[in-house]
Design a protein. Sequence first.
Length: 149
Amino acid sequence: MKIVVNGVARTLEVDPQMPLLWALRDHLGVLGPKYGCGVGACGACTVWIGGAPARSCVTALEDVDAPVTTIEGLPAALGAQDLTAVQQAWIDEQVPQCGYCQSGQIMAAAALLRDDPAPSDAAIDEAMSNLCRCGTYPRIRAAIRRAAA
Ligand code: FES
């Protein structure tokens, strides 16, 4: 299997039906995407495939048909030197509590703001379906609004 992750072509000798999340974490050492539910419900494993948010725990490697971007590659993907505006807003709003779900949250938020730089509250609610057991939702929305400002 050949996939491009964060701009680098990678080759994997694994079952083509292996979930992308397993390939990233266990075989490529890309640890930003997290395992939460494993059934596509929580969003902790969110990455971009061809720029679109995708839940990598339920995406088979053989179905990955475009370059993959994880939180590690987000600045480069958005042309940022260091942190993206979204990531800086996350710091400024002190969003994370335990932090486990936050890379997935940021990948979802970054895609929203790339496509809609000034999203309405309804657009934010629609785009941000990732779960957070710490309940950081108000700070997540504050950070999105800050990054959009
Ligand atoms: Fe993939 Fe929960 S771990 S959606």
